[in-house]
Design a protein around this ligand. Structure first.
Ligand code: PLP
Length: 439
């Protein structure tokens, strides 16, 4: 019997128990998935193994964290070595502060100094506060479909269900938080200019994901990021690149290296910590001065622990050794997977295409459109129900991808040609099943 037809009894039982003790059965709203509660027991390379012993080829990769696959032995060893000497945590400066800071600055020339945080959300909170302190202005420009974490200052966005204008993305977000966010469509420089023209003296920063990652994998149109740079300069606002997703993912130096635009401040996370809870924000010394002097409060019991910084040093050294060939191979494999998924969709008679940037991709159940430039364009293109069903069927066939309709799949170095081939076989079967269900 193929392994994917076996029932997930143990996973299901355990999930009931988990949900009894843990609200929602999860510790992140984004992972509360509904129909297929997978309880994972083990991970290695491209694979997750659930409590029933079933294996999944994972295209979530810890939400883009695991660039080298799950549980790489060199990373585990580097962290264990640091812990054996320093312990997991002591809350004092240690040599890894400088070693990681220096390495980040080598990858990101716009960064002279950093501060370490425990998550992208925390780093974004800090950098928004810093921008407000530097400029003395209250508002930020944010883009529709962008994700900058779940904290109040950025938990505001556009949703088709909430009509026009910014809306809180969570119950409990104060109207003041909503009022301090000015939303613009991604890739629409004219809209940003109009916004700055109207409210420029109130705007502390333009906060942008240089590639809209959680909003449908949208590339910046030629000149868009350069235009933001010019507008920020003209109106005295700071330009902040949230490279939590793109940093070390779309190029070793992130989107700023790829597109040749220098932000004032940058936020990093995910790949940086190799799976440990680490993010960072940074920029020129002058802009980091309010943090250095303690006028802008940024802290945390756990920030910069030996555990997380040992992981970061190992990741950054590995990336420095790998060089550009590593990224080229990842991009080629992602392209191959993307074309294979399209072929599987079409062979099953499904309308669809696959968006791809570097080692991220997104299957879209909707006609291909070169005109898709904004988040709203992509919301209109993607058949969300069909995408979610596709992901459910994939789980049955031992392939895991996140069910969020405008999320993205991530490849890692562990996704070899053989793994891609196996994935494509299974994806083809899921497409056939989906087509059959649709009649
Ligand atoms: C661009 C971006 N910014 C910020 C965050 C929040 O980071 P974290 O989940 O570490 O809080 C994410 C998470 O997916 C992200 O993709």
């Amino acid at each position: 019997m193929p392994e994917w037809t076996v029932s997930r009894t143990r996973s299901q039982e355990l999930f009931q128990e988990i949900a009894h003790w843990v609200a929602g059965g999860e510790t992140s709203y984004a992972r509360q998935m509904g129909t297929f509660p997978l309880v994972i027991a083990r991970s290695e390379g491209p694979f997750l193994y659930d409590e029933d012993g079933l294996r999944y080829i994972d295209y979530c990769c810890g939400y883009g964290v695991n660039l080298f696959g799950h549980n790489p032995p060199w990373l585990v060893e580097a962290v264990c070595q640091a812990i054996r000497i320093m312990g997991p945590h002591f809350a004092f400066p240690h040599r890894l502060y400088a070693e990681v800071g220096e390495r980040i600055a080598a990858f990101f020339p716009s960064i002279e100094q950093v501060r370490f945080a425990n998550s992208g959300t925390e780093a974004v909170m800090a950098v928004v506060r810093l921008a407000r302190a530097i400029t003395g202005r209250p508002c930020i420009v944010k883009f529709e479909g962008a994700y900058h974490g779940w904290a109040d200052p950025v938990c505001v966005g556009w949703q088709a269900s909430s009509g026009e204008g910014p809306a809180p993305e969570s119950a409990g977000v104060l109207p003041e938080a909503v009022a301090s966010v000015l939303l613009c469509p991604f890739n629409d420089l004219e809209a940003v200019e109009a916004c700055l023209e109207a409210r420029g003296l109130e705007i502390a920063a333009i906060l942008v994901e240089p590639v809209l990652g959680s909003g449908g994998l949208l590339q910046p149109a030629p000149g868009f990021l350069q235009g933001l740079r010019a507008l920020a300069d003209r109106y005295g606002a700071l330009l902040i690149f949230d490279e939590v997703l793109t940093g070390f993912r779309i190029s070793p130096g992130g989107a700023q290296a790829l597109y040749g635009v220098r932000p004032d401040l940058t936020v990093l996370g995910k790949i940086l910590g190799g799976g440990f809870a680490l993010a960072a924000f940074g920029g020129p010394r002058e802009l980091m001065r309010p943090v250095a002097e303690g006028r802008v409060v940024h802290g945390g019991t756990y920030t910069g622990s030996p555990t997380v910084l040992a992981a970061a040093r190992a990741v950054l050294d590995r990336l420095a050794r790998e060089g550009s060939a590593f990224y080229r191979t990842l991009a080629e494999r992602t392209e191959r997977l993307a074309r294979g998924i399209e072929a599987a969709m079409h062979a099953a008679g499904l309308v669809g295409h696959v968006r791809r940037i570097a080692s991220m991709l997104l299957p879209v159940f909707g006609p291909s459109s070169d005109d898709a430039r904004t988040y709203r364009d992509l919301v209109a293109l993607q058949d969300a129900a069909r995408y979610r069903r596709f992901c459910e069927l994939l789980v049955r066939y031992g392939v895991f991808a996140h069910r969020f309709p405008l999320g993205r799949w991530f490849l890692s170095a562990a996704h070899t040609e053989e793994i891609l081939e196996e994935s494509l076989d299974r994806i083809a079967q899921a497409c056939m099943d989906l087509a059959r269900e649709l009649g």
